[in-house]
Each structure stands twice: as structure tokens, then as C-alpha cells.
Design a protein around this ligand. Sequence first.
Ligand SMILES: [Zn+2]
Length: 134
Amino acid sequence: MGKPNFSSYSIEELMDCKQNIDKDKWPKRYQEILDAIALRVKDPDQKKSHNEIVFIEFCKELQDDLEIAIDDNLWPLLGLFSKRFRNSVPSTFDGQVCPVCSGSLNISQRLGFWVIACGKCNLSYAIQERPNVN
Ligand SMILES: [Zn+2]
């Protein structure tokens, strides 16, 4: 197997590798990816892309958690009946902080979407509340 030349990878590709590599099996290669990312984010534009990817990945994980939480406690169904409940934020979001700056997140609900935003990083991402229901 040829050794990948990470210096020729885009920041997106590097982030993808970092996400998908088996770091227990390839600890040295994982470290090489981290090093390549660290080098890349010295450039402000690349750092911006890096932060966006980190933020989006974080939100997608929250979305997975949210689906489980909804299944567990019938959150959307209850929401139909209880206005108070409707205005509450699911426990999935409890204690979550911005994955980039560790600041507090601004979570709001809009038309069946949860909008997760960090004012400090100027990043936001909308996750769907009930992805598989029309
Ligand atoms: Zn932030």
C-alpha cells in the first residue's frame, strides 16, 4: 500500500480522512492527518473551512441524537398538545457548546427545523426535526 501524501489533500479531504480513519489501527497515519490539518489551518481561509466542517459534523451528530431522543419520548407528538412543551428545547441540546470556540450555542426552532448557531464564530446550521415524516 502506498503512503498517502496528505500535503496534497484539501482541508475537506483531510477532515474526511480524520473522520473515517481507524485511529486504533493506524495511529501514526491518524497523527499525520492531524498534523496536516494543523498546518493547513494556519491559513485563515482554510481555518474557516475547517471550522465550518467541524460545526456541521457536530450538528449532524446532534441530529442523530435528536432522532433517538424524539423516538424515545415522542417529543413531536407531545408538542402538538402542549404549547409549553413545544417551546422547550429537547434534552439533546442540554449543555452543548460550540465545537469550535466552546462558547454557548444559540438554539432556536423555525418551521420544523432546529437552528444551531454560534454568534461568536458566525456559524449556523439547521437540522430537521422530523426528517422522515412528510
Ligand atoms: Zn463558536
